[in-house]
Design a protein around this ligand. Structure first.
Ligand code: MSP
Length: 534
């Protein structure tokens, strides 16, 4: 396998979402973050593969379908379309949608199982324990609430299981996993999650069962068709199946030939153990290279309370995006919640943040400056070159380091810092234009000075639009269009090739005398609605 680093490729995943229900805002959260990373990597000139998809097997899905009087496959097909439609509404540009019920996935699972089996890492034994179907996971007795409820699904009772299952020798990989966490401190992020995993593993790893009796909805165990492969063993391999080109034979060799190892797995903190412990051990057993990094983000709460069906305070992402638009939703969640921490959704804060940052600070700044360019410079960028503006100019000097700060922010998934650093430039632009008062300079006949003030403000707005484009692509399109460019940040090829970060994230890109479009509000002020129901 050719080392991937030399190939300028970047692959990343969201979790493969359970299809027990339509997508909720938690699933949308991870997916928006993943899309922002993918768009940023494209701006860096990388070829990107963004993988999302659905996890469709197992008892949870089987029971949901039964309760709705549907066949499991019909049920999955219906729910899958609601995921695809939400991703479309949110401008998520995924490259692969991996469904674990796909026949090519069956081939990959069979082959992978074979490798692990041949390694001697699978054996038959008795499984006893408390099982949470909603988590699809065995729970320790001491973790349970009131001795029978799952700590995550607090309204769901765990079920006792006592059956013969196939086990994976996780314990065999304890030392190798410890060495991995030691040698690659960035493998699990953020730091707090890494510590959690390291401490969990240090307590000693137990083998885990990778098959189930009495669950039909899944793939049969290749060596024993009476047993069904455990949904998590199957689902994690969905990441590998997703790497196959649409028309290539479903073999591990083909799947792993171009995009493996995956650079980044984005997940929520509740499924950290599966990704940071079980998954690398499975890969070690199959003698495969390990992914680059696993990032476990926090949970969303609403008005300070944990969001969930049981409390009836979930937030319907479809309704939110229909009401406020994709950019607004993407911006709020990525800016207002520090990625990695738990964070809250509050409608008043949502409306206020968007109005303050995007409608007022950014939108108004562009609008008023464009109007002046129309009035004083016949609708053209003034005849000024960015290079001619002195390096110690307030806006230019701030802009000089901004590209790098923002790049580091995207690399480390600090979306909030990206937004704050960029908005700082916009706020400085507002202050600067008020202080310079180009309308007065114009009356005084200082047209050169007016030109340089307007140029530096418009260039700051352009830079901000560029840097925010992975988060608010439509707003950035509007701004670029009004500045006289014909660039579409939703076009992957354009993003990969025509607007390189090395140039556009720097000061001085606006061409002198470029014709400007008519000023239009780029972001409509939001009104606080009566309610946004769940
Ligand atoms: N099917 C598994 C993942 C298999 S990956 C090979 C699964 N699916 S899930 O649909 O239940 O959860 C998917 C993701 O949504 C998880 O990363 C989870 O953390 C995230 N969220 C679920 N509720 C959430 C919030 N309230 N807030 C933020 N994210 C949350 O687990």
């Amino acid at each position: 396998m050719k080392p991937k680093e030399t190939k300028n490729l970047f692959s990343l995943t969201t979790p493969l979402y359970y299809v027990n229900d339509v997508p909720h805002v938690g699933s949308a959260y991870t997916t928006m973050a993943a899309d922002a990373v993918a768009r940023f990597q494209r701006l860096q000139g990388k070829s990107v593969l963004l993988i999302t998809g659905t996890d469709e097997h197992g008892q949870k899905i089987q029971r949901t379908a039964e309760s709705l009087n549907r066949s499991p496959q019909d049920h999955c097909d219906q729910i899958v379309s609601s995921f695809e439609s939400l991703w479309h509404k949110l401008d998520i540009q995924y490259d692969r949608f991996s469904r674990t019920t796909a026949s090519r996935h069956a081939e990959i699972v069979k082959e992978f199982f074979g490798r692990v089996w041949d390694k001697g890492d699978i054996y038959l034994s008795q499984q006893q324990g408390w099982y949470c179907v909603a988590c699809e996971e065995f729970k320790e007795e001491r973790e349970l609430i009131d001795q029978k409820y799952c700590p995550i699904h607090t309204n769901k009772q765990v079920e006792w299981r006592d059956e013969q299952n196939y086990f994976f020798r996780l314990s065999k990989y304890q030392k190798q996993l410890e060495a991995l966490y030691q040698e690659r401190p960035d493998f699990i992020q953020p730091e707090s999650r890494r510590n959690e995993v390291v401490s969990f593993v240090s307590q000693g790893l137990e083998d885990f069962s990778i098959s189930r009796l009495n669950v039909d909805w899944g793939f049969p165990v290749p060596v024993d068709p009476n047993q069904t492969i455990y949904v998590w063993f199957d689902a994690l391999l969905g990441y590998i199946t997703a790497l196959l080109d649409p028309d290539s034979e479903p073999t591990l060799e083909n799947a792993l030939s171009k995009w493996w190892p995956i650079n980044l797995h984005l997940i929520g903190k509740d499924i950290l153990r599966f990704h940071a412990v079980y998954w690398p051990a499975m890969l070690m057993s199959a003698d495969l290279p390990l992914p680059g990094r696993i990032f476990g983000h926090g949970f969303l709460t609403k008005d300070g309370k944990k969001m969930g069906k049981s409390l009836g305070n979930t937030l319907n992402p479809v309704e939110l995006v229909s009401q406020f638009g994709a950019d607004a939703v993407r911006y709020y969640f990525l800016k207002e919640i520090e990625f990695g921490q738990d964070g809250d959704f509050n409608l008043t804060r949502f409306v206020n943040t968007l109005n303050a940052d995007l409608a007022n600070d950014l939108g108004n700044l562009l609008n008023r400056t464009l109007r002046m360019a129309h009035k004083y410079f016949e609708g053209r960028i003034p005849n000024v070159s960015g290079a001619a503006i002195p390096d110690d100019h307030l806006l230019k000097s701030y802009a000089a380091n901004l590209g790098q700060t923002v790049a580091q922010g995207y690399e480390s998934l600090a979306f909030s810092e990206v937004c704050i650093a960029t908005l700082n430039l916009v706020q400085a632009g507002n202050k600067y234009i008020d202080e310079q008062a180009p309308w007065t300079l114009y009356k005084q006949g200082k047209l050169d000075l007016v030109g340089s003030v307007l140029y530096s403000v418009l260039e700051s707005v352009r830079l901000a639009a560029y840097l925010l484009s992975p988060i608010t692509p439509n707003l950035s399109n509007e701004i670029y269009q009004q500045l006289g460019f014909s660039i579409d940040f939703n076009d992957k090829t354009t993003v990969e090739t025509a607007v390189p970060f090395g140039t556009h994230a720097r000061w001085g890109v606006l061409p002198a005398e470029q014709a400007l479009a008519e000023p239009q509000p780029v972001f409509q002020r939001l009104e606080l609605p009566e309610t946004v129901s769940s």
